[in-house]
Design a protein around this ligand. Sequence first.
Ligand code: NAP
Length: 260
Amino acid sequence: MGILAGKHILVTGVLTDASLAFAVAKLAQQEGAEVVLSGAGRGLSLTRRTARKLPQEADVLEIDVTEPEQLAAAGAELARRWDRLDGLLHAIGFAPPECLGVDMFAAGWDEVAVALEVSAYSLKALAEAFLPQLEAAGAGGGASIVGLDFDARVAWPLYNWMGVAKAALESLTRYLARDLGPKGVRVNLVAAGPVRTMAAKSIPRFSDFEDTWATRAPLGWDVHDANVVARACVALMSDWFPMTTGELVHVDGGVHAMGA
Ligand code: NAP
């Protein structure tokens, strides 16, 4: 029996089969979960096509995290389907091009606000939309929210306002862990090393990150392997981390622990 047997899991952020979230959805199904995906905007049709590539085709809800009506409608739809939500994957990030690159001063508040809303505030927006079902799972043994992070405790070249948004996501994770813990809902992040996805392609000189990982990861690192990240996410959604919340789990080959 799989470690997610009988669990209901909502996976956001599946765009292509290279998406980190696709690897999570696939592994969650293989571990026995019933999975629903969400997609947004122009990517929605691509998410629907990608959903057919899973071991069992998954239904797709429309959720642009900046649209409160869509969040409310998705919450109502999920409540019709499931009496509880055991796991929620937040795999959403976006920043306008001005927010990334050589010039930290290129972005104004309008661009930065988009990055913060989509990449950080959205964790609260999603948790809120599904809170009744998460609380139902929390009362019955535990619910788990897992988000995807790029370690924001330090400054990186070029990552700029996306790094600031990830730092906000890390802080928000701790505050949500504080408030949702008494309801039996855990909130954790997985800080992944660089993996070649659509979002990665929009990061200028992404290959610089790949070079850093090639030289600094004591365990080594494969930029094509999303499965190592998925394993940590699935483990955190399982019953095997019942007392872990507000945590940042690094799945980066050990880079975060090296000084040089
Ligand atoms: P991806 O496949 O491009 O996934 C990013 C997802 O975010 C897409 O499905 C995208 O959908 C969605 N998204 C963007 N704006 C949205 C909005 N307003 N509402 C709802 N969804 C929205 O790339 P990925 O690399 O797997 O990214 C998933 C997460 O992992 C992100 O948080 C990213 O920062 C994080 N991460 C990635 C890496 C890496 O190296 N790839 C490393 C560490 C952490 P649309 O395109 O349809 O808008």
